[in-house]
Design a protein. Structure first.
Length: 159
């Protein structure tokens, strides 16, 4: 029979409270990112300001982790670009709008923030797509696909 006391002691020793500061390796692991990504984001988002100790070691505050999680969700899950997230932060004085932050913390995948995507979600619902709007969008896309196919065929005939 294998003794798990060492593993339990290790878990107790490494478990941190939610209010504790995190090193870059702990933050990266918690967010599911590489450390170099966090360093890169620091250069792109001035709102991310981890404390730096002697020797340049970074310590992320709990509010830094919340912001990083929101940025991660916007970039990786919702399809925003870095410029798009920068614009959101600039427009809202360094904070993400509450509806964006709440959506990213709930890990909902709303897709990119564009007109077509916004139209697909009806106001007042719990983030579920409106099927009629989606059906209309699909019809328009199929129509555009047909137009592009015929234009491509015409250009192939002319060459």
């Amino acid at each position: 029979m294998k003794n798990n006391l060492g593993a339990e002691a290790e878990n107790r020793r490494t478990a941190k409270s939610d209010s504790a500061f995190r090193t870059i390796s702990e933050a990266a692991k918690e967010l599911g990112l590489q450390q170099h990504v966090l360093r890169f984001w620091e250069s792109k988002f001035p709102q991310i300001k981890p404390m730096k100790r002697a020797g340049g070691r970074r310590y992320y505050r709990p509010e830094d982790l919340v912001l990083l999680a929101d940025i991660r969700s916007l970039l990786h899950d919702q399809g925003y670009t870095i410029k798009g997230v920068q614009k959101l932060l600039d427009q809202n004085k360094g904070q993400l709008p509450s509806e964006v932050a709440v959506a990213s913390r709930a890990e909902t995948v709303d897709g990119p923030s564009d007109e077509a995507s916004d139209m697909a979600y009806s106001a007042g619902t719990s983030g579920t797509p409106d099927k009629t709007v989606l059906a209309n969008l699909l019809g328009e896309l199929e129509e555009l696909q047909g137009i592009l196919r015929s234009a491509l065929q015409q250009s192939e005939k002319n060459t």
